[in-house]
Design a protein around this ligand. Structure first.
Ligand code: SAH
Length: 297
């Protein structure tokens, strides 16, 4: 896990590729994203993908590389809107609301300066943490959309850069309540600055969006119960306080596991019982103690 690229999962890709491709991506995840289908990442300590060409169709590397390059530049994927359109085209974003919110929150405001903001890959944000890949953010927004209606309460555990927290806040609006909990104080300070530059800034100002330093495994009881809870780091098991803080009818999306991780969708039924299903395989940084994270897990 150390020095590897984490906080991403790969799930969506075009049907043709899906049918044709065995699972190639060596250093990332067995179910590759559209972009990861063509490249494997190196195991360098950098979290941005240093790409080596894979050759699923027996084309030459150059052929595929040129095709991809044309695709990225030709589609304007270096712009936030282009990134969103790319995710729509591949079926990761299916709803207008998720597209709108991802268009409204410019990802470039949340990644470290000089990073390729609109590339579909996770990126290091320091402190052994990463901002998740855009397709992973989109997947979680899709899964939570119905639980992020205006006026609802949302909790983002492991809020990191604040990107997804900002999206949640715009979706639930000023009548709603969005809380981000992150255990690295420096990341919380950074996320506050990020959000202040973003379209979600007014919500931070009016208090309907707040970012706190804390151990997210305990949730944030003050504004419970929540309609939507998202966890951005992989837990060995689903933390009880998070289930307790879920509203009947609410949904928790959480990666669970160690080396093998699955994105779990936990629905609390109206009678208080809980249904858990697996959405997809993923790879995230661990939900752990601050000490363990800072020493590299
Ligand atoms: N979703 C965020 C960050 C993903 S990385 C984004 O895309 O920007 C996961 C984050 O979880 C890291 O920032 C890490 O510091 C945080 N984290 C890990 N364990 C935690 C814990 N116990 N409590 C709160 N945050 C935690």
């Amino acid at each position: 896990m150390r020095n590897s690229v984490v906080a991403y999962s790969f799930r969506h890709f075009p049907p043709l590729m899906h049918r044709s491709l065995p699972l190639f991506c060596l250093n990332c995840h067995p179910v590759p994203s559209p972009s990861a289908l063509l490249f494997k990442t190196s195991s360098s300590s950098s979290s941005s993908s240093s790409c080596t060409l894979l050759n699923p169709f027996n084309f030459t590397g150059n052929y595929l590389f040129r095709k991809m390059e044309r695709y990225w530049s030709g589609s304007g994927v270096n712009k936030n809107k282009g990134m969103v359109e790319h995710l729509q085209r591949y079926g990761v974003i299916q709803s207008k609301k998720v597209a709108e919110v991802m268009e409204t929150v410019d990802r470039a405001l949340f990644v470290p300066d000089g990073s390729p903001a609109y590339e579909d890959s996770p990126m290091s944000i320091g402190f052994n943490a990463t901002i998740s890949a855009p397709h992973m953010h989109a997947t979680c927004l899709q899964l939570l959309e119905k639980h992020l209606q205006p006026g609802m309460h949302a909790l983002d555990v492991g809020s990191g850069t604040g990107y997804l927290t900002a999206c949640f806040a715009l979706m639930v609006g000023p009548q709603g309540r969005t809380i981000g909990v992150e255990h690295i104080p420096e990341l919380v300070a950074m996320s506050l600055k990020n959000v202040e530059k973003s379209a979600a800034a007014p919500l931070l100002k009016d208090g309907s969006l707040a970012l706190h330093v804390g151990d997210g495994r305990e949730g944030w009881p003050e504004f419970a119960p929540y309609d939507a809870i998202h966890v951005g780091a992989a837990a060995p098991e689903i933390p009880k306080p998070l289930i307790e803080q879920l509203k009947p009818g609410g949904r928790l999306v959480i990666p669970v596991g160690n080396i093998f991780q699955e994105l779990k969708v936990v629905d609390k039924n109206e009678d208080g019982s809980v249904t858990v299903r697996t959405e997809t395989s993923v790879r995230y940084v661990p939900l752990t103690s601050r000490e363990a994270q800072l020493r590299g897990y």
